[in-house]
Write a protein that binds this ligand. Structure first.
Ligand code: PPS
Length: 284
């Protein structure tokens, strides 16, 4: 197992990523009925997946409680991803952390539904700092100061958060794209579930929404071994070092950043996000 990254067009990838992202970009055929969840790592991907899958089953928890999340929605860019996706009946579900410029281009002419989930990058930084130490194929540094710098430089798995979000946000306004944030899920989970179900074309009655809500709380998901990564094999994850469902809150960065780091982050953020309109994100 190697912790070394493979760099592709300026983006560092883990060794589980397919060796031929170019072939994936040019050759993978997105179908109109596909449901794709895209995110920068640690944005709330697993939370969105659980919601999307429970909306699909109209609140019936049997699927999310009996099939691991990465089989319900395989990682597109993993070496085994396309095989898993092609074994699915329609509608196919899959997940990706790829930046826009490396994503299969057939998405952009398809009617596939794409949910892009975003989160305050400061909390993503903190979540990733704790998470990557558990992943045996990711580079890890004990020092928060060092990780902080690497994050700002984009020298972390899947590269720069700023580039990822800036790239995908070019799709905003397209009717087959839904942009939603971790913070919105926290602020009003019922409204978020209803928004996602409308987007997917699966309107739920209030009892069905209640059932979805019951199974997507932090506690319920922490206890669901099909979603909490406890079944990730030991050769990939050192379960003694941490877990996916760590804290599940918004604003944990305040417990980690120094005043100097807060200012340094803000400076980079302002510079990198200058091209985007204000008010796009709940954390701004
Ligand atoms: S990954 O590895 O990229 O798929 O991780 P991802 O799922 O994107 O992000 C993991 C963080 O999401 C939190 N999480 C939740 N928070 C609140 N409620 C629910 N139901 C929930 N499910 C996942 C998880 O705890 C990670 O955040 P941190 O801040 O580390 O706790």
């Amino acid at each position: 197992l190697s912790r070394d990254y493979t760099w592709v067009e300026g983006v560092p990838f883990l060794s589980t990523t397919t060796g031929d992202l170019g072939a994936l970009r040019d050759g993978f055929v997105v179908r109109d009925g596909d449901i794709v969840t895209v995110s920068y790592p640690k944005s709330g991907t697993t939370w969105i997946l659980e919601i999307v899958h429970l909306v699909h089953t109209r609140g019936d928890p049997r699927w999310v409680q009996s099939v691991v999340s990465w089989e319900r929605s395989p990682w597109l860019e993993k070496a085994t991803g396309v095989g898993g996706i092609n074994r699915q009946a329609d509608p196919r579900f899959y997940t990706s952390h790829l930046p826009l410029h490396l994503f299969p281009t057939s998405l952009f002419t398809s009617k596939a539904k794409c949910v892009y989930v975003m989160r305050n990058p400061r909390d993503i930084l903190v979540s990733g700092y704790h998470f990557w130490k558990t992943i045996k194929i990711a580079k890890y540094t004990e020092s928060f100061e060092v990780y902080f710098e690497k994050f700002l430089q984009g020298e972390v798995p899947f590269g720069s958060w700023f580039d990822h979000v800036g790239g995908w946000l070019q799709m905003r306004g397209k009717e087959n794209f839904l942009f939603i944030s971790y913070e919105e899920l926290h602020q009003d989970i019922r409204a978020s579930v209803e928004q996602i179900s409308r987007f997917l074309g699966t309107e739920l009655n209030p009892e069905e929404v209640d059932s979805v809500l019951q199974h997507v709380t932090f506690q319920a998901m922490k206890e669901n071994k099909m979603s909490n990564f406890s079944l990730l094999p030991d050769f990939l994850m050192d379960h003694s070092k941490g877990c996916l469902m760590r804290k599940g809150i918004a604003g944990d960065w305040r417990n980690h950043f120094t005043v100097a780091q807060t200012e340094a982050f803000d400076r980079v953020y302002r510079e990198k996000m200058a091209g985007l309109p204000r008010g796009l994100f709940p954390w701004d």
